[in-house]
Design a protein. Structure first.
Length: 366
């Protein structure tokens, strides 16, 4: 670590600050998500996630924690070098299953197995650690109330004709490009369907929100490093007459060869410039760079099959609140996620009559 860097901020419960309307906002989020779930389950006869419903790549691999990490990085899961099985799920953020020409932000969730240690409330007795990421370094809104407003807009489009959504996406992409040209990107437009239609495997993904990192506080990122992944960074995907183009593109890469990502950590070094309760704040990498703590390797494999979807899409949930107490989610956005994730998981399990359990081993996949 450079001597010019400030020391990392020590974690204490006082780094979080709740607001009087937090409970009310959380209830509103749950209702909006429940409305999406009711609409989509009625349409499909099958319950899918209330957000990030459509998976594009479902992979199994191994995460290797690097040895000789400095003390400030050898924290929580990363305190001991070793290997963990990992399940990865690439997705996009709407709560309905859309044609891939409707371009929206990319998401990535991955689950580590065989993780030991004191657990977060609600995940006692489990041995998994989840990470939930998006392809942007910060969250779309600073806190939960404007996030609820965005979610209500998204919910209103859930049951609309897909042709109208394609038109909306094209218009929003044009608007987004115009805003970016003058330095004003719009996360709200991206959420509704104006994000660049980029290749998921070339993207760097971020936790966006902060987490406890053992004795400290951090954000996470996962960056592609093997050449077969970085070759697709910023690549736009041709989705014309290809409703599942993203699945096809990911499968073409993953069946052709092995792939590798680096899991990186950005430590909070100043609570003023790296706030906990302002989720849309990008932490300056000059002030605290992302540093690699582990590597994920995935052998060549089919990346999406019905068998994989049944095991991972239907049989698993991913939540920032599944894991170790040493990686407690921090900030209002993460706090309201807890009940929302649980509600969505419970709805899917009940509607599909398919219990959701945390895996003890990787599922047997084709």
């Amino acid at each position: 670590m450079s001597e010019a860097l400030k020391p990392p901020v020590a974690f204490t419960p006082t780094v979080e600050t709740t607001t009087e309307d937090e409970s009310e906002t959380s209830q509103g989020l749950n209702k909006a998500l429940h409305d999406i779930l009711e609409t989509t389950s009625e349409n499909y006869g099958h319950a899918v996630r209330s957000v990030h419903a459509k998976s594009h790549g479902l992979l199994e691999g191994t995460l290797t924690i690097h040895d000789t990490l400095p003390a400030e990085l050898a924290q929580g899961v990363f305190a001991k070098a070793g290997e963990h099985p990992v399940v990865m799920r690439f997705s996009t953020n709407p709560g309905d299953i859309l044609d891939d020409s409707i371009s929206v932000p990319r998401g990535l969730a991955f689950k580590l197995l065989d993780v030991a240690g004191d657990r977060l409330p609600g995940s006692e007795g489990e041995t998994t650690q989840d990470f939930i990421m998006i392809n942007g370094p910060a969250f779309a809104t600073p806190n939960a109330r404007p996030f609820l407003a965005n979610l209500k807009l998204l919910a209103k489009t859930t049951d609309k004709a897909e042709g109208a959504k394609k038109v909306l996406s094209a218009v929003l992409r044009g608007t987004e490009a115009a805003l970016e040209a003058i330095g004003l990107p719009s996360p709200a437009l991206q959420t509704l369907g104006g994000a660049p239609n980029v290749h998921p495997l070339g993207e760097t993904y971020y936790s966006a929100t902060p987490f406890r990192f053992g004795s400290y506080i951090a954000k996470f990122s996962l960056a592609p490093v093997s050449s077969n992944l970085t070759a697709h960074t910023k690549e736009k995907v041709d989705t014309h007459n290809r409703p599942d183009a993203l699945r096809e593109e990911i499968n073409a890469v993953m069946t052709a060869g092995d792939a590798m990502w680096e899991l990186r950590v950005q430590l909070c070094r100043d609570l003023e410039t790296m706030p906990i309760e302002k989720a849309d704040a990008v932490w300056d990498e000059a002030e605290s760079p992302f540093t690699t703590v582990a590597t994920i390797r995935v052998a060549a494999q089919p990346s999406w099959t019905a068998d994989r979807a049944k095991a991972i899409d239907d049989g698993m949930r991913f939540s920032v609140w599944t894991g170790l107490a040493a990686h407690q989610p921090l900030g209002q956005i993460n706090r309201v996620r807890k009940s929302a994730y649980q509600m969505s998981s419970d709805f899917r399990a009940d509607f599909n009559r398919c219990p959701i359990h945390e895996p003890k081993a990787l599922p047997a996949l084709d």
